[in-house]
Design a protein around this ligand. Structure first.
Ligand SMILES: Nc1ncnc2c1ncn2[C@@H]1O[C@H](COP(=O)(O)OP(=O)(O)O)[C@@H](O)[C@H]1O
Ligand SMILES: Cc1cn([C@H]2C[C@H](O)[C@@H](COP(=O)(O)O)O2)c(=O)[nH]c1=O
Ligand SMILES: [Zn+2]
Length: 193
């Protein structure tokens, strides 16, 4: 976005917005989220970061990337808690948003309409290649959507699927490299070219 696009002479006060960072596992969603939030902190803006209570893989009170970058965060059990905990902030970050309830898009709209910059990261597809939780609706209402890609472990192409290695059919199965690998379309579907 051009800096000149931020100059609105007839507007007073901050304009809120919703940004979505999505992609497969290992695509760099959390790193990109942390990068944007750190830049906001460098700008001395008050920042609050949330994640779903379910995701305690690396610790309860921080968001951690696969490369061990981390930033403190607050675990919440329902998206409505984000509204209550964001009254004095200007930037809200949300990680693992695919695990939140379907109210999350409304919560993000409410925050953005208060003038808050909302940055949401999450899986766009589950292991079956189906749109995951509230992410598709968030992508529809966001001002900005960034789709990041991992590297396909089979062939090296850009990967947008999270292939599950375990025989487990529940949609939610927390895990890392022992349970998932990022794959491109051809390798995910086993398409011979
Ligand atoms: N196959 C892969 N493709 C890309 N990055 C990978 C892969 N395997 C491990 N990584 C590591 O994962 C990091 C991204 O981690 P992270 O931001 O936590 O991803 P995400 O939140 O999308 O799962 C990369 O910087 C890289 O070091
Ligand atoms: C595809 C898929 C993933 N999960 C889980 C596995 C991990 O715990 C997280 C994703 O973490 P990341 O930061 O994006 O690497 O989600 C799941 O429960 N169900 C799925 O279908
Ligand atoms: Zn591939």
């Amino acid at each position: 976005m051009l800096f000149s696009e931020h100059n609105f002479p007839n507007r007073r006060g901050p304009i809120g917005s919703i940004e979505v960072i999505c992609g497969s596992m290992f695509s760099g969603k959390t790193e990109e989220l942390i990068r944007r939030l750190r830049r906001a902190q460098f700008a001395k803006l008050p920042v609050e970061i949330f994640k779903p209570e379910i995701d305690i893989r690396y610790g309860v009170n921080e968001v951690v990337s696969h490369d061990s970058n981390s930033i403190p965060s607050t675990p919440v059990s329902h998206s409505s808690a984000i509204l209550l905990l964001s009254s004095a902030t200007q930037v809200v970050g949300i990680d693992e948003a695919q695990f939140f309830d379907e109210e999350l898009p409304n919560v993000c709209v409410e925050l953005a309409n208060r003038g808050i910059r909302v940055i949401v990261a999450g899986l766009d597809m589950d292991y079956l290649g189906k749109p995951f939780g509230p992410i598709p609706n968030l992508m529809a209402i966001a001002e900005d959507v960034t789709k990041v890609h991992a590297v396909c472990v089979q062939c090296g192409a850009p990967a947008n699927y999270s292939y599950r290695l375990q025989q487990n059919e529940s949609r939610v199965l927390l895990g890392e490299k022992e349970s998932y690998e990022p794959r491109c379309r051809a390798c995910y579907y086993g398409i011979e070219l």
